[in-house]
Design a protein around this ligand. Structure first.
Ligand code: HBI
Ligand code: FE
Length: 288
């Protein structure tokens, strides 16, 4: 979470900047294309149909880093969302304010060629390729707005960690049940070829049915594959759970409850897969 940063002098009061599309170099556009090709070798049959449709609807395969104005004009017609450029992570209140107003803040920089597989800060590839296609789905688009509004309300309660877990386990690392099997809709997964395979096919992680309170009590790893993925039945369920929950009493009751470890499995869970945790137990990304 990023609460204490000073706003850089070159940003607008809402932390947006000009994307500076004309200034991207050939190498930077090439990095987008390389990442795009790698993902498209993996995502058909693994990503949610809504994600794949979104990529097409926004023409994200046209080659090179997309121009935010162009894709925003398309996206706005579909669901009323726009993509705005920011320098990187923005403070929570700023982030929520954008989402609550159907603006998705996307980093405008792109990772260096030597960082193709992993970066900590969200760049234009993660933010636009990962997040923006799902915003073409009307129900998911409503969920993201509801999340932003919930976030603004929650700033008055001391439970941002719980809300951040909701974002993490749905928007970033969510799976959905379909008639063809589990599919990925989380942006953190679809922007990683390795995790796209791992989350569906590896025996290590748990796959557990979505339960709002359970999930919001669960800690998570920010630097490696997840130990648990939560599976929704529909975007409607996600939206309803978020809108219908009166977060104030919910938080009061949950206050200080951030007590579940990433790998925990409870008797009350709907378990689709109980993971072996073999990957995490041998040291994960940092294994020798
Ligand atoms: N800023 N640009 C950007 N992207 C994020 O995903 C983001 C952020 N600021 C705060 C934040 N996420 C999270 O702390 C909230 O979802 C809780
Ligand atoms: Fe993200």
């Amino acid at each position: 979470m990023s609460n204490h940063s000073e706003r850089p002098a070159h940003t607008n009061p809402d932390w947006t900047i000009d994307q500076g599309w004309a200034d991207y170099t050939e190498t930077e556009h090439q990095t987008w294309d390389t990442l795009y090709e790698r993902l498209m070798a993996v995502l058909p049959g693994r990503a949610a149909p809504e994600f794949l449709h979104g990529l097409e609807a926004l023409n994200l395969n046209r080659g090179g880093i997309p121009n935010f104005e162009e894709i925003s004009d398309e996206l706005e017609q579909l669901t009323g969302w726009r993509v705005v450029a920011v320098p990187g992570l923005v403070p929570d209140d700023v982030f929520f304010e954008h989402l609550a107003n159907r603006r998705f803040p996307a980093g405008s920089f792109i990772r260096k060629p030597e960082q193709l597989d992993y970066i900590q800060e969200p760049d234009v590839f993660h933010d636009v390729f990962g997040h923006v296609p799902m915003l073409t789905d009307p129900v998911f688009a409503n969920y993201m707005e509801a999340y932003g509004k919930g976030g603004l309300r929650s700033l008055r309660h001391a439970s941002l960690k719980n809300l951040a877990a909701l974002y993490w386990y749905t928007v970033e690392f969510g799976l959905i049940k379909t008639d063809q099997g589990l599919r990925i809709y989380g942006a953190g997964i679809v922007s990683s070829p390795a995790e796209s395979r791992f989350c569906l096919e590896d025996p290590s992680p748990n796959r557990i049915g979505f339960d709002l309170e359970r999930l919001m009590r669960t800690d998570y790893r920010i630097d490696d594959f997840q130990q648990t993925y939560f599976v929704i039945d529909s975007y409607e369920d996600l939206f309803r759970a978020t809108v219908d929950t009166d977060f104030a009493p919910f938080y009061a009751q949950m206050l200080g409850k951030f007590d579940l470890k990433p790998e925990d499995v409870l008797d009350s869970d709907t378990v689709l897969t109980k993971g072996t945790q073999a990957y995490a137990n041998r040291g994960g990304r940092f294994a020798a």
